[in-house]
Every structure is written in structure tokens, then in C-alpha cells.
Design a protein around this ligand. Structure first.
Ligand code: HAS
Length: 550
């Protein structure tokens, strides 16, 4: 077990993550009913306020706090206990992130920041909301530097050795995060805060959106990569096989540093002000960032095949029946992976220039992110939660909790399947996203959208309600594992951190030379962004004043 001081920090992160999860999922439930016109909110509560809270609390706060809990635990486990400096800086990072989170949440609840999680200009929130967001990002930077410091100390003491795979992957994710945040920090500090406090009268809308998406796309990989760490490092251990290929795993992660950032324009394909050449270049780079995910899919199938053969499986799909289905830590992650097949395919559709015209700004995209961040990522985090909290608290993960965990992941899968399928179909029919429910004055075409069995109001409401039920079961498991389940006094009851062995004998040295990857990443960013961003600044149209649209 890792040192108590590091366990404490990780548990604080998890605690905040699940408070955000609780409020965020409640907002999700309300939203399903409002979108279906089944619920009317009191005058003091607004649809967009709820939508903002749902997006920010689940997509930003839950994920980020959970990710740092996982990183702190894994880095302490693989590199050793944090030294006093790393410990101090980590706690400072935690508190700064938390203060930013509380400020942003209070302003959303107060109805001062109903700008959705993408906070598109020219919508304008209370200035302190942006200050809260800035503090949130700065807090994560401080925590990232603490972890990077811990890694550097390890490398100094272990000259010439490769870092353990978990640590390598954590550092890759943090490097990507630090470079990605430069965009959002620039727009928040130099555009939104001056506008919201009245220091400037107008905002350059296209520039603010471009800087946001420079950050917004790598943001999705900041969610995905910790899940991939679990797929690469933890899944093989549960299957009782070593890491399939240490160098392939490291290369896949490094490719995310290179290709996850210079692709933000694929979120802006329908926007004027960016010429087709730059959009097309970034679409091509988007197709490059699909490659490491395909490498991951290949590796997962290799793991399944090898472990199946070891257990006597034959034939093309014999491995399937030999997988450890009774182990909820595995089954949860397998379901997460299965959801990522249509989730990833949907991403490829979104990224295809022409097809994007059909799906952009429709509910299809909402369906897409529920089967990317909402299931592959979230369900991997759930699968980690089942053992991570008992591991950190030294409590048992009892048989009854394990059964409940199965109910939780199965209900989440059913709820998500119903809801995201209907969102995809409704999107193709033309139902818009980012808007409250409208039947367009009872227009027959709009009413027809809801005629299908899968797209009916009832199906969506059932899907949303099942998801909420599942979320509450998870909260129950979290509370039990944190505070109530019996202590694991016998060795056989103690929960392990399942980390697989990886053979580094064939791993090339240059894979851990960060300056190469950071250098290439910046070169690609300059190629993809320097000219279009500078032309947005130099040939800026008249800016827009800020609007409070709610
Ligand atoms: Fe996306 C919009 C393109 C991945 C999240 N995306 C979004 C938004 C979010 C989001 C939140 O090009 C909405 C933003 C907003 O509010 O406006 N996305 C992609 C592409 C990928 C992709 C090309 N997205 C993600 C991931 C996300 C995420 C991951 C969260 C974690 N996305 C887009 C585009 C848009 C977009 C456009 C803008 C649309 C618009 O018009 O606004 C790729 O990274 C996907 C690659 C993935 C694969 C799948 C590999 C499969 C694996 C599983 C193997 C399974 C196994 C199990 C082994 C190629 C690794 C076997 C099981 C059996 C049952 C056999």
C-alpha cells in the first residue's frame, strides 16, 4: 500500500470528484425531462443554467479531480512516496483547483454564468466566473508540476533507466495538458476577463472560439488518456498477462502529444472566418490522431487473445468466453471499450468535412460525447473506483458491493444505450443541440422526430432515469467504500493496485526524450495555427459586445 500522506491527497481528490458527480447527474436527470417537455422549472431556475452545471460538473470537474486521484496513487505506487516539496506543491495545486471550482460552481448556481461548458463568446458571464475557471486551470498546472517534479527526482536517482509505464503515461498526459491549456488561458485572461470586467468594450469572437478549441480537443484526450492508462496497465494484470508491447504503448501515448492539439478547427468546420485550406489541414491531422486509438484497439484484442490462449481457448473468438467476466473491475472496462467502437466511429464521421455539415449542432454530437466521455471514459473511471477507494482506505470490497457494482455498470450501459441511440437518431433527423426544447410551434416535421420507438419522449425519459438510478448506486458504493465497509484486516481481504509488468528490453531510448516530442508538437501547432490565428488578429472584424442571453 502507498504512504498514508499520498493516500489522503488521492482520497480528497476522489471526494470532490464524486460530489461533482452527484450534483452533475441530478442536473442531467432534470435536463432529460425538460428537453422532453415533461417538466417545468421554477422561475428562478433556467434550462441553460442546468445545462451549464451538468457539463461543467461532469465533463470538467468530475473528470479532472478523478484523474488527479488516479495519477497521485499511481505515481506514488510506481515511483515511491512523494518527497516534502512534491507533497506541499501537490496540496497547493489541489486547493487552488478547488477554490476555482467552488467559485465557478457558485456563479453557475447563482444564475450568473449560464454560458454552457464551452462559454462561447459573445455570451458573457460574470467576470468572477472566468477568474474561477482560470484558477481551476492554474491549480491543475501546479498539481501537474508537482507530479512532473516527482518524476524528475526518480529519473535523477535512476539514471539511464526507463520510467515505469504508468509514470511515462502520466507525464505524457500532463505535457499534453500543459500545452493545451495555453489556448484557454490566453482567451480567458486576455479576452473574457477584460470584457466581463468592462476593461474592453468588445471581443473578437472567432479568435476566442479558436483559442478555446485549440484547448477543447486535447481536453477530450485529457479525459481519455487516463482511461487508456487503465486499459494498457491494469487490464493485462486482470487478465494475468504482461503488457503486450511496452514500446507500442509508449509510442501511442507520444502520438497524442503530437496530434491531439493542432486539430481544433474540426469543431469549427461550419464557421466563417477560417479558410477551407486550414480547416482541411486540421481535418487531415485529425485523421492522424485516430491512429493511436487504433493501436490501442489492436493491443486490447492482442491482450484478450493471449490470455484466452493461455487458458486453452481455440478458434477465432474462443478467447471471448475465457475473459474474467465475474471480475467487475474487468467487465466494467470491457463494456467501456465496447462503447468506444461506435463512439470512435462517430468521431470519424464528425471529422469528415462534408459529413460534419449534417451532424454539426445537432443532437448527434450530444450522442457522440455520451458514448465517448460519458461511457468509455466514465465507465473506466467507475471500474477504477471499485478498487481504488478500498485500496486507499484499506477497507474491503465486499461481495455485496461487488454485486451492486455489476448492477451499476449494467444499468449505466442500458441507460446510455437508450439515451445516446435516440440522441444520434434525433440528430440525424435534424433536432438541434445547445437549445432548450422547442416543437417549433407544433410544426409537423419537428413533432415527427419523436415518433420512433427509440426516439420517443418515453424512451429518452426511461434512459435518463435509469442512468440517474445507476449514478445513485455508484454514490452508495463510493460512500460505503470510503467510510463504512469493514476494514480489510486479513491479507486476503486487502485490495491490490493491479499493475501489469512490462518488458522494456526492446523499447528504444528516444521514446523517453521529451524534448523531441515537445519540439515536434510545437512545430505542428505553428504550422496549423500561426497563419490563421494571426490573420484573425490582424484582419479582425469589428468585435462584438458581450451579451447575457438568459
Ligand atoms: Fe469527439 C465533438 C471527432 C474522440 C468528446 N467530441 C466532440 C465533443 C465532445 C467529444 C465532448 O471532428 C463535443 C464538443 C462540443 O461541445 O461541441 N472525436 C472525434 C474523433 C475522435 C473523437 C476523430 N471525442 C472523442 C473522445 C471524446 C470526445 C475520445 C471524449 C473522451 N468530436 C470529433 C469532432 C467533433 C467532436 C469532429 C466536432 C463535431 C461538431 O461538429 O461540433 C477520435 O479520437 C476517435 C478515435 C477512436 C477510435 C476507436 C478505437 C476503439 C477502441 C476500442 C476497442 C474495443 C475493444 C473491445 C478492444 C478509432 C480503442 C472489443 C469489444 C467487442 C465487443 C468486440
Amino acid at each position: 500500500m502507498i504512504a498514508l500522506q499520498d493516500r489522503k491527497l488521492a482520497l480528497w481528490y476522489i471526494g470532490v470528484a464524486y460530489i461533482a458527480f452527484l450534483i452533475g447527474t441530478l442536473m442531467g436527470l432534470l435536463q432529460v425531462f425538460i428537453r422532453n417537455d415533461q417538466l417545468e422549472l421554477p422561475a428562478w431556475l433556467d434550462y441553460y443554467q442546468i445545462l451549464t452545471a451538468h457539463g461543467v460538473l461532469l465533463a470538467l470537474i468530475y473528470t479532472t479531480f478523478f484523474i488527479f486521484a488516479f495519477f497521485v496513487t499511481g505515481m506514488s505506487k510506481s515511483l515511491g512516496t512523494f518527497g516534502p516539496k512534491v507533497k506541499l506543491v501537490s496540496w497547493i495545486g489541489f486547493w487552488v483547483t478547488l477554490v476555482g471550482t467552488v467559485m465557478a460552481t457558485v456563479l453557475i448556481v447563482a444564475g450568473e454564468a449560464s454560458v454552457l461548458y464551452t462559454f462561447y463568446a459573445p455570451m458573457m458571464a460574470n467576470g468572477w466566473y472566468y477568474v474561477g475557471l482560470a484558477l481551476f486551470v492554474v491549480g491543475t498546472w501546479i498539481s501537474s508540476f508537482a507530479l512532473i517534479g516527482h518524476y524528475r527526482v526518480w529519473r535523477k536517482n535512476n539514471k539511464g533507466q526507463f520510467s515505469p509505464l504508468f509514470a511515462f503515461m502520466t507525464i505524457t498526459t500532463l505535457i499534453m495538458w500543459l500545452i493545451a491549456c495555453l489556448g484557454v488561458v490566453a482567451t480567458v485572461l486576455f479576452q473574457y476577463i477584460p470584457l466581463a470586467f468592462g476593461w474592453t468594450d468588445t471581443i473578437n469572437v472567432e479568435l476566442s472560439r479558436s483559442l478555446f478549441w485549440y484547448f477543447g480537443h486535447p481536453l477530450v484526450y485529457f479525459w481519455l488518456l487516463p482511461a487508456y492508462i487503465a486499459w494498457y496497465v491494469i487490464v493485462p494484470k486482470l487478465l494475468n498477462v504482461p503488457v503486450f508491447s511496452d514500446s507500442l504503448a509508449r509510442l501511442a501515448f507520444v502520438l497524442f502529444i503530437l496530434f491531439s492539439i493542432p486539430v481544433g478547427f474540426h469543431h469549427q468546420l461550419t464557421e466563417p472566418g477560417i479558410s477551407n485550406f486550414w480547416k482541411f489541414l486540421q481535418v487531415a491531422l485529425t485523421f492522424m490522431v485516430i491512429i493511436p486509438s487504433l493501436m490501442t484497439a489492436f493491443t486490447m484484442f492482442a491482450n484478450f487473445e493471449i490470455s484466452g490462449r493461455k487458458k486453452g481457448a481455440t478458434g477465432l473468438f474462443g478467447w471471448f468466453t475465457k475473459l474474467p467476466w465475474r471480475d467487475v473491475r474487468f467487465t466494467s472496462i470491457f463494456i467501456a471499450m465496447a462503447f468506444f467502437i461506435p463512439g470512435g466511429a462517430g468521431g470519424i464521421i464528425n471529422a469528415s468535412f462534408q459529413l460534419n455539415e449534417v451532424v454539426h449542432n445537432t443532437l448527434w454530437i450530444v450522442g457522440h460525447f455520451h458514448i465517448t466521455v460519458g461511457t468509455p471514459v466514465a465507465m473506466t473511471f467507475m471500474g477504477l473506483t471499485f478498487w481504488l477507494i478500498p485500496y486507499l482506505t484499506g477497507r474491503k470490497f465486499t461481495k455485496s458491493m461487488q454485486k451492486l457494482a455489476f448492477v451499476q455498470i449494467i444499468t449505466w450501459s442500458i441507460g446510455m444505450l437508450l439515451m445516446s441511440t435516440s440522441q444520434h437518431i434525433l440528430g440525424l433527423l435534424g433536432a438541434p443541440r445547445r437549445t432548450a426544447y422547442s416543437n417549433y410551434n407544433g410544426h409537423p416535421s419537428a413533432l415527427e422526430w419523436f415518433d420512433g420507438i427509440l426516439t420517443s419522449h418515453t424512451t429518452m425519459a426511461v434512459g435518463g432515469s435509469i442512468l440517474f438510478l445507476s449514478a445513485m448506486i455508484l454514490i452508495y458504493i463510493v460512500v460505503m467504500s470510503m467510510f463504512i465497509s469493514p476494514k480489510a484486516l486479513k491479507v486476503e481481504d486487502q485490495v491490490e493496485f493491479p499493475m501489469a509488468e512490462s518488458d522494456k528490453t526492446h523499447t528504444p531510448k528516444w521514446l523517453e526524450n521529451w524534448w523531441i516530442w515537445i519540439g515536434i508538437a510545437f512545430a505542428l501547432i505553428i504550422i496549423a495555427y500561426a497563419i490563421p490565428l494571426s490573420s484573425m488578429i490582424m484582419h479582425a472584424p469589428p468585435g462584438s459586445e458581450g451579451f447575457k442571453t438568459w
